[in-house]
Design a protein around this ligand. Structure first.
Ligand code: AMP
Length: 185
């Protein structure tokens, strides 16, 4: 591995109303990254999938670094147990901090915010602004419609196949984490 344990940025839903299976998925991802000796960079919330992810990562011994805008500290229940809680001023600063602190990016099922974060890191990857892995973990076709539409964009000439291929879509936690890991040197 490189200069430090891999720092994995995970984007996921922040809504409490989602089915239990998504909280379990977030839990499994936290455990899996901890088992690999990685650290977690996430949005710093203790609620919903975001909270399940961070608690599980810490239970496994992973360091958790949360990045949250001041304006969301109460709304998103900023995690008092985070090893490092970085409070920023804006959403844009949040994403920049998360980008800079992470070696790879993994999106779990989520809502509009998760999509927004995923699309920004995916587009900057295919524009060669960074070379870090960008992965979606989609065990149950949560993203199927969206991904299908994206693939059609390539067919209709709006984007390149290389841009589509810059996003790895995984079905299982292990497959997703493998795709986030640096290739063996
Ligand atoms: P959601 O998928 O809508 O539940 O949102 C997941 C997380 O993304 C939440 O912590 C939101 O605050 C965050 N989020 C929403 N929009 C943005 C944005 N423009 N930049 C950074 N994070 C965002």
């Amino acid at each position: 591995m490189g200069r430090h344990p891999l720092a994995l940025c995970v984007y996921c839903g922040s809504n409490d109303n989602v089915p239990r299976s998504y909280l379990d998925l977030a839990d499994d991802v936290g455990a899996g990254l901890a088992t690999r000796g990685w650290s977690l960079v996430w949005g710093g919330s203790s609620a919903a999938m975001m909270g399940a992810l961070a608690r599980s990562a810490r239970r496994g011994g992973a360091r958790t670094v949360g990045v949250i805008p001041q304006g969301l500290v109460n709304l998103e229940k900023a995690d008092p147990e985070a090893d490092d809680l970085v409070v920023v001023n804006t959403m844009r600063e949040r994403k920049r901090e998360m980008d800079e602190r992470a070696d790879a990016f993994l999106a779990l099922p989520g809502g509009l915010g998760t999509c927004e974060e995923l699309f920004e890191i995916w587009t900057s990857r295919y524009l060669n602004m960074h070379q870090k892995p960008v992965v979606v973990l989609d065990p149950d076709d949560h993203y199927a419609g969206l991904l299908e539409w994206c693939r059609e964009l390539a067919g209709r000439g709006f984007t390149s196949q290389a841009a589509i291929d810059a996003l790895v879509v995984a079905r299982t936690v292990d497959e997703a984490l493998d795709a986030c890991a640096p290739p063996p040197s």
